[in-house]
Design a protein. Structure first.
Lengths: 195, 188
């Protein structure tokens, strides 16, 4: 057998499918990408997915684009990255373009409005599902669990009280704490070795 | 020229929009209003449309605004401009990533950030569900329909993985919820 068949068309179609069914921003999409790219196609591992989420959160731009670029590049290099990103963008591009041309009262169309009210509920469940899957697979050690629970409590308080603190601030604090713990341990280790 | 303005304006948005679409909205608002493309009111409408159609909200907004200002070419330019920065940054990172991820300091940072993101995602999911069911927290009013929908959809989604071998996919859940929305909210 010669070279295995190119997966470029598959990359394009899979991300177009994800793009077509992603509602409500990046976190809801994590559940879709997990399902398609980690479990079904096995293009990336859960660990890599977690790394992309971290990278996506700490770089500018939509998480969806970051994930598509990452997965595409890992499979087929630059062409894969371009094709996956294009697939991610194309469905919504067509939909929005048509709406902007022909439907000036899109939000008042009852069918769409009602369907979207239902979808809004599903989006919360999908985000919860993404979080549960991540918790199941995370290391059950005191430090990560403590960070997770603190971040959870802090974020929930920020949301409920409508505070103007972004999730990026929380991540920066977590990074600083974790790095300090590491440096302290190293320092303590050197001290012990020196004596 | 409008095309050049769209290109520069949305490159800026793509390059500086951290923390997802909602973090980016103030930035988009700034760019859009400073060029005088559309009114604040129209922008609010476009944000609502971008939220209720599939795809990344930021990309949807770029397409919408681009199209309103420069037709198909405007939409293409604005969309490409908003995507390009994150696309390039990820490619650059991928090339550096392998070495970078093995660095022990980077590892130390990741050990803190990963569980933090999990906590944030968990909180976001729970908050969204609560918000749908009991409204805003400054003015609590239980929405019985939303509560029933939430319970039913949650049970269907999580029970399906026990009943069917692979369970209901997220896309399946979106489809079911859309149909349920049309049936339930259409009747009321």
């Amino acid at each position: 057998m010669g070279k295995p068949m190119s997966i470029l068309p598959d990359l394009f179609l899979t991300f177009a499918k994800i793009g077509l069914f992603t509602f409500g921003g990046g976190y809801a999409m994590i559940a879709l990408i997990e399902d398609e790219c980690v479990e079904k196609k096995k293009w990336i591992t859960h660990d890599e997915m977690m790394n992309v989420t971290v990278i996506a959160e700490s770089t500018p731009g939509p998480i969806a684009i970051n994930c598509a670029t990452f997965t595409g590049y890992k499979q087929e290099g630059f062409a894969g990255a371009a094709v996956a990103t294009l697939g991610m963008v194309l469905p919504s591009f067509c939909i929005i373009f048509l709406i902007s041309m022909f439907l000036s009262n899109f939000l008042e169309i009852p069918w769409f409005a009602h369907a979207f009210q239902g979808i809004r509920i599903a989006v919360g469940i999908l985000i919860l599902d993404a979080a549960i899957k991540m918790i199941r697979k995370m290391q059950k050690k005191p430090f990560p669990l403590a960070v997770m629970l603190t971040a959870f409590a802090a974020m929930l308080a920020i949301d409920i009280l409508a505070l103007r603190i972004s999730s990026i601030t929380l991540m920066l604090v977590a990074a600083a704490v974790s790095l300090s713990v590491y440096l302290l341990k190293q320092f303590a280790g050197k001290e012990a070795a020196g004596k | 020229m409008i095309y050049l303005d769209l290109l520069i304006g949305f490159l800026k948005v793509g390059l500086f929009a951290f923390g997802g679409a909602y973090g980016a909205i103030p930035l988009i608002r700034d760019v859009v209003l400073s060029y005088g493309w559309i009114s604040d009111e129209m922008l609010a409408y476009m944000i609502a449309v971008s939220e209720s159609t599939p795809g990344p909200i930021m990309v949807n907004l770029a397409t919408y605004i681009g199209s309103s200002q420069g037709g198909l070419a405007g939409a293409l330019i604005a969309t490409a401009a908003v995507v390009l920065p994150s696309f390039s940054i990820i490619l650059l990172l991928m090339i550096l990533l392998k070495k970078l991820l093995k660095n022990s300091y980077v590892q130390a940072v990741l050990r803190g950030v990963k569980p933090c993101i999990i906590g944030i995602i968990l909180a976001t999911g729970i908050f969204m569900i609560l918000e749908r069911c009991i409204g805003s927290f400054s003015d609590v009013s239980a929405d019985l329909t939303a509560i029933i929908m939430t319970v039913v959809l949650t049970v269907i989604y999580f029970a399906s993985s026990k009943l069917i071998r692979k369970g209901l996919s997220p896309i399946g859940l979106i489809g079911i919820s859309a149909v349920a929305g049309i049936i339930v909210y259409g009747r009321i």
